[in-house]
Design a protein around this ligand. Sequence first.
Ligand code: AMP
Length: 425
Amino acid sequence: MSTKEGISCSREKDDGHGIQLQLGEARADMSGAGGSANNDVKMILPGATIGVLGGGQLGRMLALAGSHMGYRFVTLDPTADSPMGQVADRQITAAYEDVAAARELARLADVITYEFENVDAAIAGMLTEQSYVPQGHGLLYTTQHRLREKRAIEAAGAPVAPYAAVRSAAELHDAVAKLGTPCVLKTATGGYDGKGQRVIRDADEADAAFAALGSGGTELVLERFIRFQHELSVIAARSSRGEVRAFPAAENIHVENILHVSIAPARVPEQVRQRAEALAVQLAESLGVVGLLAVEMFLTDEGELFINELAPRPHNSGHYTIEACRTSQFEQHVRAICGLPLGSTEQLFPAVMVNLLGEHVEPALAWLAAQDVEEQGLSVKLHLYGKKDAKPKRKMGHITLLTEDVNQALAWVEHSGIWPEMTRC
Ligand code: AMP
């Protein structure tokens, strides 16, 4: 792998896992990056070992993409034979908080990344000291807490829905009066896929919502309910040498707060797509991201965009990039943390990605076996993550339809009858 013209490399370390090259100019680039990422920039060449905290489906797809490029992978995950463990060179099976196991990960890997954001702060700090973690742990700290995240988004000059911090039932009543109903009460930490949140439609529902979420002293945040026309997401990548690129905006449809369908490019005016992509780039730059930053947004009827959430990792709504873009989000993440030039994010085909939850797997496999989809002008790409128990609502896989006609792809999904809850597409 050659380096970009003008960047001088010097051999720094060859310990049998791969060669790391120090990039003097790239280090200089990072000096204004906001301190979130590790300033000690290195180029990690193919042949080196990438250590991943977490062994779920995101790690699995990361390892599949990176091993094509010649990287080796080791994962740390508490579940033996994890989705990533099945395709990685090695799995350390231990709890995420197990310090000895994290140290072993640091010993085996030339560079460390993570595939979920709730990484224990002590472990993240220890890894940053003992290993090369180009993403640092500042951004994890920010995105682990909704209030910190909103303040960081605002400081980056991007809009969020009006919100208020809530520490007591009395504060909740004041906040509901200020923001109006409907509004959404969320726990500041630990929520995902709609867990840890309650919609308050009327002020007299506030006490029940507080009792459900805040009674144990949990920090809460109240947000104005945004009557969005579409939910959009953009995945941006920023490399350890400061290069930034965004993938085309996807349109996301959730069912019971779990992502159901992503349509890319989003069916919104070109100038809205561009604004969404520019916001993601602005956030990645301002937050000094290294690796991927997934930015979830609401688009209102008036054309306003509000940032809902950030995720400093690959994202479910970016799975379409595997087949539809020149570079997948997973390859881009590897490139970004390894200090390689970023790949083109150009989209080659329109795509519809549909999640396969536990209840969808059996009917979807039967349906796919009975279909001649190529004849219908669709390419259907199946991804199963190797999870054993197909529990309802558990993300087991996804399919991506490559299509010239998004409506035809959506009609195919609807006609299958596998996703009966699909009503809003
Ligand atoms: P979150 O966990 O914040 O990503 O929320 C999960 C889903 O709940 C979002 O994808 C939206 O569909 C919905 N939601 C969350 N916050 C709001 C809001 N302030 N206004 C309207 N819908 C929301």
